[in-house]
Design a protein around this ligand. Structure first.
Ligand code: FAD
Length: 392
């Protein structure tokens, strides 16, 4: 029969890979996508929902277009991988077999990373780092904050998905509170010395949200944090802060199916940048947040870019189609306030050792309003284009 590709995870990386393999192999390869959700909500632009710039509806994408483009979409969880038999077991029973397996399961949280927090407390202290109901919950909590209340974010250590994500979120929360609750306070408890686009964010916070945002870095105990979800308190190196909203973003690791397949080394699944093949099993490719690849940040843009390289490599291996040298790109846009957009990005190539950065760019402090507006508009165009590239 035809060669078979199974893709686990219908997010940024997995949906792109499934779509490109089905489209470009013109029916020569059988493609099955395993994804539990009928509707995928993008984390990208979910901060803009918190700021009131997007509706949740506009972030949702379904799988009908992929199905009509030849992808066999199975709404189920992959619960085990037998690498010798080359089969994937499904929660609903049964299994599917593959010649090549692509894993793009995103992230899971490291248990115990923030003492006092567990997935069981995510309704009291949401992470909103997987989009959808968690994001809606966080917005409802922000709207219900008492006048002059306190929003605390516990920021994650490196590496994590979307390096500027927590700080764009702070900007969007500040934007909402400035309009609805201007005496509210925002505290970031951060284990990191520095963060992505820091000078740009700090300049923007001073300009738009002066006096509202305080960041507690590692010098002041930002790396010694525990929480109590029942008391709604955050303990920072012995000092207790009472929170009205507490957004805990714990340390991350590869989606658990990677551990179950025994293809992780530490928290992530190492891959070769040439093909995105696992360094532990050449029949498996790992994309996006879950892989350890080198210099690319964990982003939707990166996952999409890696998926195209993997799709080309898989088609080459299974049908003999031509394979070109791997090239990648990424840009992470962030919105600080209305029409105040910034970006950071780079191009990359594969070396034997890793995905290596070739060239980069970043917005400058002090840019004029017209350029910032153009940068924001570019991000709106990017969102429309990349989600069409992923979900058809
Ligand atoms: P995901 O997109 O998370 O997809 C994983 C999928 O796998 C999920 O649909 C899940 O249901 C499924 N899955 C997991 N386990 C299984 C299993 N066992 N069986 C079957 N299915 C499974 N990126 C950008 O490029 N630009 C941005 O502006 C941006 N902003 C962000 C803002 C926030 C607040 C956050 C949290 C992230 C942001 N990102 C952004 C990052 C981006 O969302 C991720 O990097 C990207 O989604 C990673 O793609 P992925 O395919 O690795 O994982």
């Amino acid at each position: 029969g035809k060669p078979r590709v199974v893709v686990v995870g219908g997010g940024a990386g997995g949906a792109t890979a499934a779509r490109y393999i089905a489209k470009d192999s013109k029916g020569e390869i059988d493609v099955t996508l395993i994804e539990p959700s009928r509707q995928y909500y993008t984390c990208f632009f979910s901060n803009l929902y918190l700021g009131g710039f997007r509706e949740m509806q506009s972030l949702g994408h379904s799988y009908g277009a992929l199905a009509s483009q030849g992808v066999n979409v199975v709404h189920d969880w992959a619960v085990g991988i037998d690498r010798d038999a080359k089969t994937v077991a499904l929660a609903g029973g049964g299994s599917v077999s593959y010649d090549r397996l692509i894993l793009s399961p995103g992230i899971d949280f490291i248990e115990g990373a923030v003492p006092g927090w567990s997935v069981a407390s995510q309704n009291k202290m949401p992470h909103a780092y997987k989009a959808g109901s968690q994001t809606e919950l966080l917005r409802a909590q922000i709207e219900a904050m008492p006048e002059g209340g306190t929003y605390v974010m516990v920021a994650p250590p490196n590496p994590y998905r979307c390096p500027p994500g927590p700080y764009e979120r702070i900007s969007m929360v500040a934007h909402t509170l400035k309009a609805t609750n201007p005496t509210a306070k925002i505290i970031i408890v951060d284990p990191k010395d520095k963060f992505s686009k820091q000078a740009l964010f700090e300049e923007g916070w001073g300009k738009h949200y002066s006096g509202m945002i305080e960041r507690i870095g590692p010098d002041f105990g930002g790396d010694k944090v525990s929480v109590n979800a029942d008391e709604m308190t955050v303990d920072v190196d012995g000092e207790v802060i009472k929170a009205d909203v507490c957004n805990v973003i714990p340390a991350m690791k590869a989606g658990r199916i990677c551990e179950m397949a025994s293809i992780t080394d530490g928290n992530w699944a190492p891959v070769s940048g040439h093909t995105m093949q696992s360094r532990i099993d050449e029949n498996i490719h790992v994309l996006g947040d879950a892989c350890a690849q080198g210099d690319m940040p964990k982003s939707g843009f990166s996952a999409n870019s890696q998926a195209k390289v993997a799709a080309m490599a898989v088609r080459g291996a299974l049908t003999g189609s031509k394979v070109f040298p791997a090239k990648f790109s990424n840009t992470c846009w962030s919105l600080i306030d209305s029409d105040d957009g910034i970006k950071v990005g780079a191009t990359y190539e594969a070396t034997d050792e890793k995905i290596a950065k070739v060239d980069g760019f970043i917005s400058a402090t002090g840019e004029d309003a017209a350029l910032r507006k153009a940068t924001y508009e570019e991000s709106v165009g990017w969102y429309a284009g990349i989600t069409a590239d992923m979900f058809g």
